[in-house]
Design a protein around this ligand. Structure first.
Ligand code: ATP
Ligand code: MN
Length: 538
């Protein structure tokens, strides 16, 4: 093997306490692809993409995510079941064990950065035990030029050792896996899990603290794209609600699919350099851009392949959360650099498995603030037999697991920006229609796309109020008509054919909203509280 000949410069890892490692620095994705296959850690799918299994973990592990409680974070972080504190001394001893584990091993190192706007650039060094995790970092973070690499000074370090297992009783973790952020040392320490999402969401969580605290910028768990007229749209939503799917639009340039900042200079920029799409049931017919991005350079995670190494997209035997990561340049229509102006439209995406929220509605500023703080979506019973009841799921700011500060901090910033920019805010239900999960069906993607296009093309008669109907339970404004969408689909009640069942279920949901909102009431103004549903069951 002559892989070393490609290495661009020699680096040492002594400063990290990693000694005598065989350092593979800044390898090209092609090399990492080949090394992964040579080591038997992955195979090449028929499309040319690398297919790997991430091991025990096929999703993030929110209960094992900690923040070191120190002088920087102590008074600022919202310590809770989401932001679990970790002692500095415990961090130091665990860190020492991880770097000892990586010493004398082959390690893959990559210098890269986050934040497409140069003013906010965060240089990162990622140190991985595995080649494919390092290739993930190539795909997902921004890639420095040769010149930038020459003078590269990294600020944050990600140390990623999936094979290292913590001993909870000694190390202070909950179990053998952990993802710990240390803001004083500027380190994200990840061990015991190979799930790559921990790497990207580790840096996201760090930025969700750094940007609002030091840079007066609102970090957002959203996707973003821009139209031909330069009009930016952003899409907030929890996992599986459609951020990646709906922002990837042949007629609009993609800014990014998951993490963005909204600056005081009225711009929106992507934190990342790639996309991380769900591939469950993916088809070329429904999502051609994403489908075609799965080629050499992309990494498929936890998918099953047939004998010819074709991906079986509907096989969920490893996990429902099958994924692909690819660099942004695998998508044809992208915005370069990944920066847009103030958004003209904001979409809150929710996959309402109760099937009671309208597929599209317009929110007032109060309603927008209320729904942002609530962050509603629904979880459906996976494959468990007999379980048909959907569960409401609320996650503040549509991304609570990644938000170190109190949710109201982000909500206040967003409210201010919405007022200043006069942006329109829409609630889109990409979930169920015609009844709840188990009875109705998922909203057709082509209808959701048509509704979003209608907004973006200005076809919904925004200021003609007779074109809207105020929903009697949720209080939101439903358009009566929308090009490309059968009128009957626009009214969830009409799709049910059973008014009583519809209202009973709608009240079940509004009660869940009210229950969830209780913890925010002390912080919420009368204005925001007015944005909640109008009717509840008693
Ligand atoms: P994550 O934060 O985990 O990346 P996401 O918000 O980006 O999640 P997507 O990857 O876009 O979520 O997933 C949406 C999934 O739902 C896709 O598999 C898509 O095909 C499917 N889907 C089905 N119907 C719709 C619809 N009407 N609108 C959007 N997506 C839909
Ligand atoms: Mn996504």
């Amino acid at each position: 093997m002559t892989k070393e000949s490609h290495t661009k410069k020699t680096i040492s890892l002594d400063e990290y306490g990693i000694s005598n490692a065989q350092i593979r620095y800044q390898l090209d994705p092609e090399q990492l692809h080949d090394i992964t296959i040579e080591k038997g850690q992955g195979v090449e799918a028929s499309s040319g993409a690398l297919a790997v299994n991430t091991g025990e973990f096929t999703g993030r592990s929110p209960l094992d995510r900690f923040i070191v409680k120190d002088a920087i974070t102590e008074d600022k972080v919202w310590w809770s079941h989401i932001n679990l504190p970790f002692e500095p001394s415990k961090f130091d001893s665990l860190y020492n064990k991880v770097v000892a584990y990586l010493s004398n091993k082959e390690v893959f190192v990559r210098d890269c950065y986050a934040c497409a706007d140069p003013h906010y650039k965060l240089n990162i060094r990622v140190i991985n035990e595995y080649a494919w995790s390092n290739m993930f970092a190539y795909n997902m973070f921004l890639r420095p030029t040769e010149l930038e690499l020459k003078n590269f000074k990294s600020e944050w370090t990600v140390i990623n050792a999936p094979g290292f297992m913590a001993k909870p009783e000694i190390d202070g973790t909950r179990q053998h896996n952990f993802a710990i952020l240390n803001f004083t040392k500027k380190i994200a320490l990840i061990g015991g899990t190979g799930y790559t999402g921990e790497i990207k969401k580790g840096i996201f969580s760090a930025l969700n603290f750094i940007l609002p605290v030091y840079k007066n910028t609102l970090p957002m768990h959203c996707s973003a794209n821009v139209g031909k007229a330069g009009d930016t749209a952003i899409f907030f939503g929890l996992s599986g609600t459609g951020k990646t799917t709906l922002s990837t639009d042949p007629n609009r340039s993609l800014i990014g699919d998951d993490e963005h900042g909204w600056t005081a200079e009225n711009t929106v920029f992507n934190f990342e350099g790639g996309c991380y799409a769900k591939v469950i049931n993916l088809s070329r017919e429904n999502e051609p851009e994403i489908y075609d991005a799965i080629k050499k350079g992309a990494i498929l995670e936890n998918v099953k392949l047939d004998a010819q190494n074709n991906v079986l997209f509907d096989d969920t035997s490893i996990t429902q959360n099958t994924r692909v990561s690819y660099p942004l340049y695998h998508i044809e229509n992208i915005q370069t650099p990944s920066i847009g102006k103030n958004p003209k439209n904001i979409f809150f995406l929710t996959a309402d498995a109760f099937g009671v929220l309208p597929p599209i509605s317009k929110l007032t500023p109060s309603q927008a603030a209320y729904h942002f703080i609530s962050g509603y979506t629904a979880k459906v019973a996976g494959t468990e037999a007999g379980v048909l009841e959907p569960q409401p799921s609320f996650s503040a700011c549509f991304g609570a697991p990644f938000m170190p500060l109190h949710p109201t901090k982000y909500a206040e910033m967003l409210s201010q920006k919405m007022t200043d920019s006069g942006v329109n805010v829409w609630l889109i239900n990409t979930g169920w229609t015609g009844g709840p999960y188990g009875v109705g069906t998922r909203m057709k993607l082509k209808y959701t796309r048509a509704m979003i296009n209608a907004v973006l093309n200005g076809d919904l008669g925004l200021y003609e109020y007779d074109k809207y109907h105020i929903h009697s339970v949720f209080g939101v404004a439903q358009p009566r008509e929308c090009p490309g969408v059968p009128t009957s689909v626009l009214s969830p009640r009409a799709t049910w054919n059973d008014d009583q069942a519809y209202y009973t279920t709608a009240f079940k949901l509004t009660n869940a909203f009210r229950e969830n909102f209780k913890k925010f009431e002390p912080y919420a103004s009368e204005e925001i509280r007015r944005g909640g549903p109008q009717r509840y069951a008693f």
